[in-house]
Design a protein around this ligand. Structure first.
Ligand code: G1P
Ligand code: ZN
Length: 542
């Protein structure tokens, strides 16, 4: 008979969830009591869990299975009636959100460090999602953190490990563990939103695409949906087998890390469409032949074409974007006569707007796009939305995006990341920016309209989030934004976001790095990047 053990423990410092959950090196999570302390802090902070159902799954990275076994035993010892686990411990983040909602559970625990590398010396992560399916809002993550700083004991069942690969029900003490098909519910949801017949017909007529799963979680989802259900030829999905270390790669779908895909989409013989997703399946990158779609433009184009997709035939209620995302989606919202919302960085801020029916589509410049179908960003959702639009409009990606720019003007946009800089230098740089008062000053060809540290009051629940990024906004609407990453595990990452509106179609073809050159140098000077960080160039440009 399995018995409940109460284990004495002492707090670890720094169990503070960041932009998206708690992320640390595997070695940190593997220390005795570390994961247990955090999980108990979650269970102690989310209300009455007795008799409830929890969803558990992860992106399959190194340590996923070990962590899940521990979480199951703790869930049993803490009184959950049931835990639903994706087969093999696999659940993409959007699929987890889908299942949490569909089965009206008490939320879920997602094991992922998203796009960060995986493996014994790399990153691991954990977050709790609420019953609505989205990341816990700050009030809950703060409560979890506060609890973790005072914790004295945790409860765990003394029992053997379960077989996570066997579909069906097993028991842990009095708790039921149901291992379920990680793909089926999600695939069904996608089928309910998009015109699978039109997409299938396009593939039949010779439309070609490549999807790069980057050896991360979306492999099985993409093979099932694209190749099996939509009839794309075998081999459409590249790097489709999830690996614990993502094949040694950095599972981040951008121009730098998804280089295999970028190469495949370059040149005359390239396929019509290319897409990639990240470690846990919530990010996406969209490419046409020799053409890159910025995530901000992708959100704008999808919003403008939403009614072509059966699930959104009735139109959108609103569009939400994170503050650093370009204003391209706002122009679509204005045309549609629907609200445009500007939230802080992080998907958790979209939850209240989606729940309240104030927004239908939302997105971030960081390769995140999604809708009210779940409460996470959703990589394959964006890919299917694009496929739906392409199949109906029968134009190329480049034609659709350039026509969009002609119609709305182009929000020329780029993000420059300076990764792995010294934390104290990064803080100093931000403090310096915060101390500036620039209103009315002329910088190069631009006059500053205002500068501030973005603060947000949630229009639904009234909660206030401060210090969400330094904005320097110019009189013509151009702007540069500075933030420090809240997802890294080593040193600091400075993100600089640069945007300028270009109404003149004759200039839309220009490389953004050229079109934005003067703003880029204004940003570098303002933040004294070289003097403070020693860096002359960013590590990643998207
Ligand atoms: C980054 C992105 C942000 C996204 C988050 C989780 O956070 O910038 O938009 O929501 O990853 O995917 P950051 O590292 O900038 O805090
Ligand atoms: Zn992710």
């Amino acid at each position: 008979m399995a018995t409940v053990k109460t284990v004495a423990t002492t707090p670890f410092s720094g169990q503070k969830p960041g932009t998206s959950g708690l992320r640390k090196k595997v070695a940190v999570f593997a220390q005795a009591h570390y994961l247990e302390n955090f999980v108990q802090s979650v269970f102690d902070s989310i209300g009455d869990i007795a008799g409830k159902t929890l969803v558990v799954g992860g992106d399959g990275r190194y340590h996923n299975r070990t962590a899940i076994q521990t979480i199951l035993k703790m869930a049993a010892a803490n009184g959950f009636a049931k835990v639903m686990v994706g087969r093999g411990g696999i659940l993409s983040t959007p699929a987890a959100s889908c299942v949490i909602r569909k089965y009206q559970t008490f939320g879920g625990i997602i094991l992922s460090a998203s796009h960060n590398p995986g493996g014994p010396t790399e990153d691991f992560g954990i977050k709790y999602n609420i019953p609505a399916g989205g990341p816990a809002p700050e009030a809950i993550t703060e409560a979890i953190f506060a609890r973790s700083e005072k914790i004295t004991q945790y409860r765990i069942l003394d029992a053997a490990d379960l077989d996570l690969d066997r579909l069906g029900e097993q028991h842990l003490g009095e708790m039921v563990v149901e291992v379920f098909d990680s793909v089926a519910d999600y695939a069904e949801l996608m089928q309910s939103l998009f015109d699978f017949d039109a997409i299938r017909a396009a593939f039949k007529a010779g439309f070609r695409m490549k999807f790069d799963a980057m050896h991360a979680v979306t492999g099985p989802y993409a093979v099932e949906i694209l190749e099996h259900r939509l009839g794309a030829p075998a081999g459409t999905v590249m790097n489709g087998v999830p690996l614990e270390d993502f094949g040694g790669g950095h599972p981040d779908p951008n121009l730098v890390h998804a280089h295999d895909l970028v190469a495949a989409l370059t040149g005359a013989g390239a396929p019509d469409f290319g897409a990639a997703s990240d470690g846990d399946g919530d990010r996406n990158m969209i490419l046409g032949r020799d053409f890159y779609v910025t995530p901000s433009d992708s959100l704008a184009v999808l919003a403008a074409n939403a009614t072509l997709c059966p699930g959104y035939k009735a139109g959108l209620k609103g569009i939400a974007r994170s503050m650093p995302t370009s204003a391209a989606p706002d122009r679509v919202a204005a045309r549609l006569g629907i609200p445009a919302w500007e939230t802080p960085t992080g998907w958790k801020f979209f939850g209240t707007l989606l729940d309240a029916g104030k927004a239908t589509f939302c997105g971030e410049e960081s390769f995140g796009t999604g809708s009210d179908h779940v409460r996470e960003k959703d990589g394959l959702w964006a890919v299917l939305a694009w496929l739906n639009v392409l199949a109906v409009r029968k134009q190329s990606v480049a034609e659709i995006v350039t026509a969009h720019w002609q119609d709305y003007g182009r929000n020329v946009y780029s993000r420059h990341d300076y990764e792995g800089i010294d934390s104290a230098a990064a803080e100093g740089l931000m403090e310096h920016l915060r101390s500036l008062s620039l209103k009315g000053q002329t910088l190069g060809a631009y006059r500053v309209a205002f500068n501030d540290d973005f603060a947000y009051t949630d229009p639904v629940d009234g909660s206030v989030s401060k210090k969400q990024g330094i904005r320097v906004v110019f009189e013509d609407g151009s702007r540069v934004v500075f933030r420090l990453s809240g997802t890294g595990t080593e040193g600091a990452t400075l993100r600089v976001y640069i945007e300028r509106y270009e109404p003149d179609a004759a200039k839309h073809h220009l490389d953004p790095q050229v079109a934005l050159a003067d703003l880029i140098s204004i940003a570098r000077d303002l933040a004294q990047i070289e003097a403070r960080t020693g860096r002359t160039e960013p590590t990643v440009i998207t």
